[in-house]
Ligand binder design. Structure first.
Ligand SMILES: [Zn+2]
Length: 203
């Protein structure tokens, strides 16, 4: 493979290898592209089936949830069904192995993601989620985390009935950062610190 690359590309590749093996602090930001390889649809993909006439941007917002919580919840349960059997691809696995392998060395790798799936975790990586977690829920009103107990992943997401919070009777929503909402403070601070102090930033 290397033999097919131009001299200039080979030189750049060698420079990248040198940087990646010598840098003490490396920060990696991943987004929809890495999970698209595992078959997870991106927000830019056209929606299918029941949802083909809706735009993701019109459903993933607090305004949409206030207006029609059942519709937004159903849409997320559908998205969860779409992705529940998806597995990490070689890119997730490589990043996880790399992060693990440098644990006892001079290097430290921070992985930050804009993705809400758990494919980095499934691969064994430690990751900071800037946009929340598809598989977690919380109350839209009092913010308390809500865990759906006793059901396995497959049939849990076939049910799209709204759930109410046991503390305040507000509706349960996915623990995801929607359009118009602020990023979670702790995740943002980790990301900002890692980006500001790293010697190599990969995106
Ligand atoms: Zn509540």
């Amino acid at each position: 493979m290397v033999a097919e690359l131009s001299t200039q590309l080979v030189a750049q590749q060698q420079h990248a290898v040198k940087l990646l093996t010598s840098a003490k602090r490396i920060c990696i930001l991943t987004g929809a592209g890495i999970s698209a390889e595992s078959g997870i649809p991106t927000f830019r993909d056209k929606q299918t089936g029941l949802w083909e006439n809706y735009r993701a941007e019109d459903l993933a917002s607090p305004i949409a949830f206030d207006r029609d919580p059942k519709m937004v919840w159903s849409w997320y349960q559908w998205r969860r069904q779409l992705v529940q059997d998806k597995a990490p691809n070689p890119a997730h696995l490589a990043l996880a192995q790399w992060q693990q392998s440098v644990k006892q060395s001079h290097q430290h790798i921070t992985i930050i993601t804009q993705n809400v799936d758990d494919l980095h975790e499934q691969a064994g990586a430690q990751v900071t989620h800037l946009h929340g977690h598809l598989w977690r829920n919380r109350c839209h009103q009092c913010d308390k985390p809500y865990k759906i107990e006793g059901i396995n992943k497959e049939n849990q997401y076939a049910n799209d009935e709204l759930i109410t919070c046991p503390h305040c009777a507000g509706y349960i929503r996915p623990d995801i950062v929607w359009f118009g909402e602020a990023l979670p403070v702790e995740a943002w601070q980790i990301a900002e610190q890692a980006a500001a102090s790293c010697e190599v930033f990969m995106s």
